[in-house]
Design a protein around this ligand. Structure first.
Ligand code: PLP
Length: 378
């Protein structure tokens, strides 16, 4: 079977499947982005954005993928006169480190092996030295299917007075992040993940403190300019108009389900997927205690590469999952289950996985993986 985007069971770690309502919302003739109609759409989006973040604050919409949001935040908020602390345990932690080093003259990077918890004790020790101006960390390390427990570092960051800057790209609307309770100053979300909108927009939440601390950074991604324009329901440059239309509908869908509803559903799906992995006789890549609810990373079956596994899944069963990235290329495969992914997606994917493994002589108990899903359905 050749790839058919309209019928594929599509479970990569983002972009994710898009609801037909969101697709239809995007199909409109060109709009005057300086006209009242579009300003009305921006006004609605502004009202809806707190639903996505579960918090009110200063929220910006940037035309560009998640990385644009990261660059906007780091370029305008990492200090020039104090140290920046980067915590990293995966491919996106490494990306954070690369971006931050373009803008902060003094960076300390603390790392942990991919799939293992961040070195929180060492981070607290750095914060106690008193010269850290910002801490940059990835909430959900998509590359390793690992959710960093930011509650372990939040109090120390708050106590130190440093800005707390979070890459929430594969976490927002998928994994709980109590922004206000943990004193987080900036969160970046990507449109193509938990929100289930098309790729190409970055959503940024800032605290009062972060807004007051913005200094000139990147030009196109200038958060101060974006926030100022948004006060008039406008954008500083020509926005990605069709994506704004899609964003509005994706936010309406999220409001209908409720953020809490989406978080809980995502958690139940993840729990079921992990049970299915066990039943298939496979192993999770990360330590199970911190396995992500938005993406399950699975070690390759013994003697079978993920490239071959994924090829058969796609060719025979029209199921798309993702391989590893960076250092994990060729070692794991990843199943995304965020956004509007739902039980039928998991049932098809699990059944197909079981069939591929059985036919390759690596099957375990027939039907057990599908049963693991069924038993966890509402
Ligand atoms: N950070 C995390 C945690 C991600 O998962 C991703 C993309 O998967 C990115 C950053 C990069 O986002 P984008 O590819 O939308 O620029």
């Amino acid at each position: 079977m050749t790839f058919d985007p309209e019928t594929t069971t599509f479970l990569i770690a983002g972009p994710v499947r898009i609801h037909p309502r969101v697709l239809r919302a995007m199909s409109m003739s060109s709009l005057n982005h300086r006209g009242d109609y579009f300003h009305g759409i921006v006004a609605e989006i502004r009202e809806l954005l707190p639903v996505l973040f579960g918090a009110k604050g200063h929220q910006a919409i940037l035309s560009g993928s998640g990385t644009a949001g990261l660059e906007a935040v780091y370029s305008a908020l990492v200090p020039k006169d104090r140290r920046t602390l980067v915590l990293s345990n995966g491919n996106f932690g490494e990306r954070t480190n690369e971006i931050v080093r373009r803008y902060s003259p003094t960076v300390t990077t603390l790392t942990a092996p991919w799939g293992h918890p961040l070195p929180f004790e060492a981070a607290v020790a750095e914060l106690e030295k008193g010269d850290i101006g910002a801490v940059c960390v990835v909430h959900n390390e998509t590359s390793a299917g690992f959710a960093n427990d930011l509650s372990r570092i939040a109090p120390a960051i708050r106590k130190s007075g440093a800005l707390f800057l979070v890459d929430g790209i594969s976490a927002v609307a998928g994994i709980p992040l109590p922004i206000d309770a943990w004193g987080i100053d900036a969160v970046v979300a990507g449109s193509q993940k938990g929100l289930a909108a098309p790729a190409g927009l970055a959503l940024v939440h800032l605290s009062d403190r972060a807004r007051a601390a913005l200094h000139p950074g990147a030009y196109y991604l200038d958060l101060a300019a974006h926030l100022k324009s948004l006060e008039k329901n406008d954008t500083p440059w020509t926005p990605a108009v069709p994506l704004f239309l899609a964003l509005r509908e994706a936010l309406v869908l999220l409001r209908e389900e409720g953020l809490e509803g989406r978080l809980q559903r995502t958690h139940r799906l993840a729990d079921a997927m992990r049970a299915a992995v066990d039943a298939l006789g496979l192993s999770l890549f990360p330590d199970r205690r911190w396995a992500s609810d938005t993406v399950t990373a699975v070690q390759n079956p013994d003697g079978m590469g993920d490239a071959e596994l994924r090829k058969v899944l796609e060719r025979e069963y029209n199921v798309l999952v993702q391989g590893g990235q960076g250092a994990l290329t060729g070692k794991i495969f990843r199943v995304g289950h965020m956004g509007i992914a739902d039980w039928p997606d998991l049932l098809v994917t699990t059944a197909a996985l079981e069939r591929v493994l059985t036919k390759a002589g690596r099957g375990k108990e027939p039907g057990a993986a599908v049963r693991a899903i069924v038993e966890r359905m509402p």
